[in-house]
Design a protein around this ligand. Sequence first.
Ligand code: MN
Ligand code: MN
Length: 467
Amino acid sequence: MAKEKSKAKLLKEKLFLERKNSTLILSENELKKSNKYNDKYKGFLDFSKTEREAVIYAVRAAKESGFEEFVPNTEYKPGAKVFHVNRNKSVILAVIGAEPIDNGVNLIAAHIDSPRLDLKQNPLYEKDELAYFKTHYYGGIKKYQWTAIPLALHGVIVKNDGTAVSVTIGEDENDPVFVVTDLLPHLAQEQYKRPANELIKGEELNILIGSHPFKDDEISEKVKLNILNILFEKYDIVESDFLSAELEAVPAFKAKDIGFDKSMVGSYGQDDRVCSFAALQAILKTENPKRTAVTILTDKEETGSDGNTGLKSAYLKYFIADLAEALGSNGRTVLSNSRCLSADVNAGFDPTFPDVVEKNNAAYLNKGIVLTKFTGSRGKAGTSDASAEFVADIRSLFDKNKIIWQTAELGRVDLGGGGTVAAYIANLNVDVIDVGVGVLSMHSPFEITAKNDNYMMFKAFDVFFNK
Ligand code: MN
Ligand code: MN
């Protein structure tokens, strides 16, 4: 005879937050879909290590799914699919809904830039017969993590005559790679006395790129000359062309499964490609939504969202205004009635470092997507703080559609903190909440996510656009 549940147990089930099935165990069928999704995601990670490459990937996929370049002042019918690229570094995709656009749009915003080492504008030098690139790191990194790992070089060089040369070297099996050197432990006694954030200093992030001299006895800097000669032959560039280049050194390794059970993904740039990819896949499969669906993949989040390709710029506002006008409305009305999921990663709980979070408000791997009502640091500085009404709206949408989710803050109060693009979109009078995926080793060259969380992120976005 089955034992009856005690009154206390029944009451606990009714009143406590503890969620049933809170650990994400998928059915066999769903697990298959999740694995397939994550395989495709790994392909995206390998192809899109910079914002420019992510835009190329997104536009190609959009065109394959019937999206056309948005043209202002054009008549669009419900179901129409459009995209708009901003300076090759950010992209907006939209599917026109059946409801009047006055009702607002459903917007998902994620970023496609990631921490990395940018080359300085005058990067090339020779020292003691070795050739190097000087770098200036982009975004928040633990500098010591970027030494002694293979680096690839991605980016674009725009020559004086305006021709652009795109560069990707270090990704092909037969390509050379590059590396920032570090000191051997035998001679690191003095280095060890530095504080950890200066273990490697910014000016020590120098990338080794060559060691052979040009065969000639007459001139100095022969190693540098030899490198420039190789670059001239390969890319038809001279040293001054670096002045108008954007070259980014990123980890050269490929996305991999992690663990004997292959339950996780390890890769560079999962902040925030894990959300970008999900937001892209969700809009690509959206057909005839009720409300107009919009995905924006933006640049410059890691440096504070300034600049014309970051979300502090007006490009989103302008696009919405153009879209609104094409549909007989105006940008102000549309934005004021819009709702947004600001899609970015959160710090995954790491059992090795449990003290940096408060465990009741932390994100755990395999417990679904993360809802974050507010970000910011200290007294919530810099947050947009989603309203209780909007949080209720979103949580009931997710619950109704079997989206597994958890709530979390980025770490313990007073310990640090961080922001996302949420505040800049909220400042346009849009309802915004942060959602995302828990990540281990965030901002390192090799970040870790759980496959089932990644897949759940996609499902959540699909629900947001289509339910
Ligand atoms: Mn991020
Ligand atoms: Mn980040």
